[in-house]
Design a protein around this ligand. Structure first.
Ligand SMILES: CC(C)(COP(=O)(O)OP(=O)(O)OC[C@H]1O[C@@H](n2cnc3c(N)ncnc32)[C@H](O)[C@@H]1OP(=O)(O)O)[C@@H](O)C(=O)NCCC(=O)NCCS
Length: 153
């Protein structure tokens, strides 16, 4: 696959982004009865396009079609002066996998970090996500930290 272009999301991407975002969420079981409420999807889209928000979105495009997305945010880090980047979401269309789209998106997030003076990025994946880990093990350090989560009533 040639001609992969990675660029910021733009207004005209909305329908394609919604499609990719829905499939990414379905990958994590958020579909059907557990699908994200439309209010969240719409608000997330608005935030991604709002330059005053700390969240950012990139699209990977091949021949004019969106085949991948990456969402990331910058936040404070108590052991650094500069902010840190959390790469929250990464998704490649099934038909475009294994051609470097995922890697290209991560490299583009790294470039955005450099432009913002951010020297550190991190992300999570499930230990059983072998496809993702095949990529991540080549380009990043596995910290071996676990993620704990607790709902707050
Ligand atoms: C993880 C994911 C984003 C990877 O996207 P991708 O576009 O296929 O990634 P790339 O093509 O850049 O892959 C990079 C490397 O990983 C390898 N790779 C990708 N998929 C692989 C697989 N299923 N098995 C083995 N290796 C794989 C590629 O061969 C490539 O190696 P190379 O650069 O040395 O040639 C994609 O599989 C995906 O969207 N999965 C579902 C959602 C998901 O898991 N998101 C990440 C959550 S943390």
């Amino acid at each position: 696959m040639t001609g992969i272009v990675v660029r910021p999301l733009r207004v005209a991407d909305k329908a394609s982004w919604r499609n990719l975002w829905a499939r990414y969420n379905a990958f994590y079981g958020r579909e059907g009865a557990t699908a994200l409420p439309d209010e969240i999807v719409e608000t997330t889209w608005d935030r991604l396009l709002n330059a005053d928000e700390p969240v950012h979105g990139l699209a990977a495009e091949v021949d004019g079609a969106l085949v991948g997305l990456a969402h990331f945010l910058f936040h404070r880090n108590l052991i650094r002066l500069a902010d840190t980047c959390y790469l929250q979401d990464l998704f490649t269309d099934e038909s475009a996998r294994g051609f470097g789209v995922g890697r290209g998106l991560i490299e583009a997030v790294a470039r955005a970090c450099r432009e913002h003076g951010v020297g550190d990025m991190y992300w999570h994946t499930h230990q059983g996500n072998t496809a993702a880990r095949a990529l991540y093990d080549r380009i990043a350090l596995n910290t071996e930290f676990l993620v704990y989560r607790r709902a707050v009533d």
